[in-house]
Design a protein around this ligand. Structure first.
Ligand code: N01
Length: 554
């Protein structure tokens, strides 16, 4: 058997043969590169932006902030890094996270293998040479034994498709691709379209700047308060003193972070009286964040139980928003709480008490067009100087399918996934040898603390590459059987929950024409890790392993 030819590439040459190409220099691409280096393998990262950071590079809208606490939303692979880096707030803001990612890139000297401002257009597997050819928009090509997609789950912004947008005389923005120099809305009439996480974070800040703000809401979302605050130094000391254990527990947990013991319960909601339930929800509401949904063990499984949590949030909205009609329109009724990503906010509902903020319900009176002077609904025109589109992403598959990926026999991923994504463990795809997807569909990904799942996948891939080299295996490919079994398992687990009942982006429901399939694996981060580890321990069970033919030269 021949080896996959590690370490033969010269690092900065464009026509060279590499061990691996990594697409994307976000949290996933950076750590993957670091791991490749550790194996002595040559790799190059292609990144469309002119800096590192991925989603944190592009999403610079006002109020952008992580909804996982900063002490947990950080790399765990270097103890020096996690001990030395100091977060300033309970939930880190986008600028701080971007500073952190830049620090990591510099600290581990990663930039020299990253080619910025280079979008990958195509990746083609060559059956004869057993290598990938990766072509960029600059019309340059490199070949690599492995192609690793670190393209992120929320990296393709849904484009605004409103008639007349090109006639608009004002300025318009997308939250997912915000101008780096920032935007000052002072004195302006601003419209925000959408009420998902991005909108819910940005609306309170824009409202403080703008003369008038109109929020165009089609579907309300549930939001819980963040109660963000400067990081408590005592908490930081405690976490840092026990970081290794905290990280271990996070890796073994359901969602990739630890819900404090006093916040989590496995008991059914309806085993308690109304007062007991209210007290349980209220305690979590006052602490802030996702804890609300850990109050009882069946909130994701039983609609009746979930309704009690939804009613609690509805009450909080009514309590906060002075105008009862506005409160009613803000109260989600179309999906169980948590089945669309729960939003975590600062003063979102209270913002509707401001005199300069108007909620426009575009469910009964849809947006018809953007006009030169503003936005037209079926009930009238709103004069606007700026429009912010916070309308989400073609999540999980959008970026992969924007690249023309062709596997064995020239088969296109776009065709293979025409009815929705199918993947083995969310990490490999039958028919696409030596291709890996970090946090791909079919893995916990967006239902977990992303950075924990990213590290797990990058570690698994790195260990796999090392093993292949040791064993003299040149080609690894998921079998169709293993993939089918895994997809079935992903669907089975999803079906035991309320998730598939919501028209969420997890289901692909936010993109016109996208197949409706529940994309993430919801069985839990810890269980998933165990499955992946078992697959590896069993000699990469579910994969076909092939030695390079003696005649082929890598
Ligand atoms: O996008 P979304 P997002 N006309 O898809 C509306 C993560 N994230 O960027 O539901 C009118 O959630 C759409 O309405 P509807 C997080 O995982 C995390 O806000 O389709 N409205 C919806 O209200 C999150 O879930 C953080 O009826 C239209 C909104 O636009 C994910 O990113 C922060 C419309 C889109 O909401 C995506 O969040 C930000 C139309 N034609 C994001 N098309 C944190 O870490 C769409 N909408 C906190």
């Amino acid at each position: 058997m021949s080896t996959p030819n590690p370490g033969t590439a010269s690092r900065n040459s464009h026509s060279t043969q590499l061990d691996a190409v990594i697409v994307g220099a976000g949290l996933a691409g950076l750590y993957m590169l670091h791991r490749l280096r550790g194996l002595g393998m040559s790799g190059r990262v292609f990144e469309a932006g002119d800096g590192v950071g991925g989603t944190w590079f592009w999403n610079r809208y006002p109020g952008a902030r992580c909804d996982i606490e900063s002490m947990d939303y950080s790399y765990s692979f270097s103890d020096e890094l996690q001990q030395e880096w100091q977060w300033t707030e309970r939930y880190a803001s986008q600028p701080e996270i971007l500073r952190y990612i830049n620090h990591v890139a510099d600290r581990f000297d990663l930039r020299r293998d990253i080619q910025f401002e280079t979008r990958v257009e195509a990746a083609t597997w060559d059956d004869a040479t057993h290598r990938w050819t990766i072509r960029t928009e600059r019309d340059e090509s490199v070949t690599a034994t492995f192609c690793i997609m670190a393209t992120g789950c929320l990296s393709t912004v849904q484009p605004p498709r409103f008639a007349g947008l090109e006639t608009f005389q004002g300025r318009w923005y997308k939250t997912g691709n915000w101008p780096h120099e920032g935007v000052d809305f002072s004195g302006q009439r601003v419209g925000v379209v959408g009420t998902g996480s991005s909108a819910i974070q940005s609306i309170p800040i824009i409202a403080q700047q703008a003369e008038q703000l109109f929020v165009f809401q089609r579907t309300p979302n549930f939001s819980v308060p963040a109660h963000n605050a400067p990081l408590d130094p005592e908490h930081e000391r405690e976490v840092k003193a026990n970081y290794a254990e905290r990280r271990r527990l996070s890796r073994e947990s359901r969602s990739g972070y630890i819900v404090p013991l006093d916040e989590r319960s496995t008991q059914p909601a309806l085993d308690f009286t109304l007062d007991e339930r209210q007290a349980a929800y209220a305690a979590r509401w006052s602490r802030g964040g996702f804890g609300l949904l850990a109050a009882f063990g069946d909130l994701y499984a039983s609609k009746e139980a979930n309704d009690t949590a939804a009613a609690f949030v509805h009450e909080r909205i009514r309590e906060t928003v002075h105008d009862p009609v506005v409160a009613e329109v803000l109260s989600p009724k179309d999906h169980p709480v948590g089945t669309k990503r729960l939003c975590v906010d600062t003063d979102y509902y209270a913002t509707y008490n401001r005199d300069n903020v108007t909620l426009v319900d575009v469910r009964p009176a849809p947006i018809e067009a953007i006009t030169p002077g503003g936005l037209q609904t079926s009930e009238g025109e709103y004069a606007l100087d700026s429009i912010v589109f916070a309308i989400g992403f073609d999540a999980m598959t959008g970026t992969l399918l924007n690249i023309d990926i062709r596997g064995a026999g020239g088969v296109a991923l776009r065709d293979t996934w025409a009815e929705g994504p199918r993947s083995y463990l969310g990490i490999a795809i039958a028919g696409f040898p030596n291709l890996f997807t970090i946090t791909g569909p079919g893995s916990p990904s967006v239902l977990s603390n992303m950075i924990v799942s990213i590290e797990q996948h990058a570690d698994w891939i790195a260990d796999c590459l090392a093993w292949l080299r040791e064993q003299g295996v040149a080609q690894i490919e998921a079998t169709l059987d293993a993939q089918d079994t895994w997809v079935e398992r992903v669907n089975e687990v999803a079906a035991t929950t309320l998730y598939p009942t919501a028209g969420s982006w997890y289901m692909g429901a936010n993109i016109p024409g996208k197949p409706r399939i529940f994309m993430p694996y919801i069985g839990g981060v810890g269980k998933y890790r165990q499955t992946c580890d078992e697959v590896a321990a069993n000699g990469y069970e579910g994969f076909t392993l092939t030695a390079l033919p003696a005649t082929a030269t890598p």
